[in-house]
Design a protein around this ligand. Structure first.
Ligand code: MLT
Length: 270
């Protein structure tokens, strides 16, 4: 589906409409909503699942960047209004997690719970910021396909990389992104603010999910983040790297289903 959201065309899909509990699933970089295809059938049995392509990604419009986490968060709040949802569990992987933190900072009354997958609360270091600029040059000069081949070994566990079904799916989604969209996203990732100071004040149920072999946001970093959030539970997914929902969908679905069941029981009043 396509909506006119914050002045641009934003693509999204909805599953399980009619379920009272809503779940927004925000993809990582450089991906789009299709990275959740292994989740939606299972989750739609218990939740109204909304899966957007963030601005600059997938089938959404590619306006000039950089795409700040705040802008994405405001797009997501407008999208929830557009589909008639007042409060939702906000789920995000990596960049989607950064957007979830921005959403919490700006729209917390709309947050029923947070599912934070393979992500981190801190902003980019100086070195990471310089790497974002180098990545922008790389994608402009070498193109999307070469950029994706650089990324795949960093985001997939070795066994996933060797599994052509998983690797080809990740490659297919990443390769469909545009140079301008990737550059706009990199600028927003580089400039994002640090969310660590908000962690102790998060007072909704939180699930933290990390791939055991995630090299970008390793389990130890995720555990540190989870420990700073009062009501967080952490689940480590074996044989998964940074793209755990794509690499080990059954294990991630089980964790999300259990979390959604607990959240709908514990937060019916909020
Ligand atoms: C992602 O998967 O969204 C990216 O790894 C985020 C990042 O590069 O910080």
């Amino acid at each position: 589906m396509m909506g006119e959201i914050s002045g641009i065309r934003l693509a999204y899909e909805e599953y399980g409409r009619g379920n009272p509990l809503a779940l927004l699933l925000i993809h990582g970089f450089p991906l789009d909503g299709r990275m959740w295809l292994g989740q939606v059938a299972a989750l739609a049995e218990v939740a109204h699942v909304i899966v957007p392509d963030l601005r600059g990604h997938g089938r959404s419009e590619v306006p000039p960047g950089p795409y700040t986490m705040e802008q994405h968060a405001d797009d997501m709040a407008t999208l929830l209004e557009h589909v008639g949802v007042e409060r939702a569990v906000i789920g995000g992987l990596s960049m989607g997690g950064y957007v979830a933190f921005a959403f919490w900072r700006r729209h917390r009354a709309r947050v029923r719970g947070l599912a934070l997958l393979d992500t981190r609360a801190e902003g980019d270091s100086e070195a990471a910021r310089a790497n974002r600029d180098a990545s922008m040059r790389r994608v402009r000069e070498a193109g999307v396909a070469a950029f994706v081949e650089d990324m795949l070994p960093r985001v997939l566990a070795p066994a996933s990389l060797a599994d052509s079904t998983i690797a080809d799916e990740a490659r297919r989604i990443m390769a469909a992104q545009s140079v301008e969209g990737i550059v706009g996203a990199l600028g927003g990732l580089r400039d994002r603010s640090d969310s660590r100071s908000v962690l102790p004040g998060i007072d909704v149920p939180v699930l933290v999910v990390g791939g055991a072999e995630d090299a970008l946001t390793p389990p130890a970093d995720m555990e540190e983040m989870a420990a700073a959030i009062p009501a967080a539970r952490m689940i480590v997914i074996p044989r998964a790297g940074h793209l755990s929902p794509l690499e080990q969908p059954a294990a991630v679905n089980e964790a999300l289903m259990r979390f959604l069941a607990q959240t709908s029981r514990s937060h019916t009043q909020k």
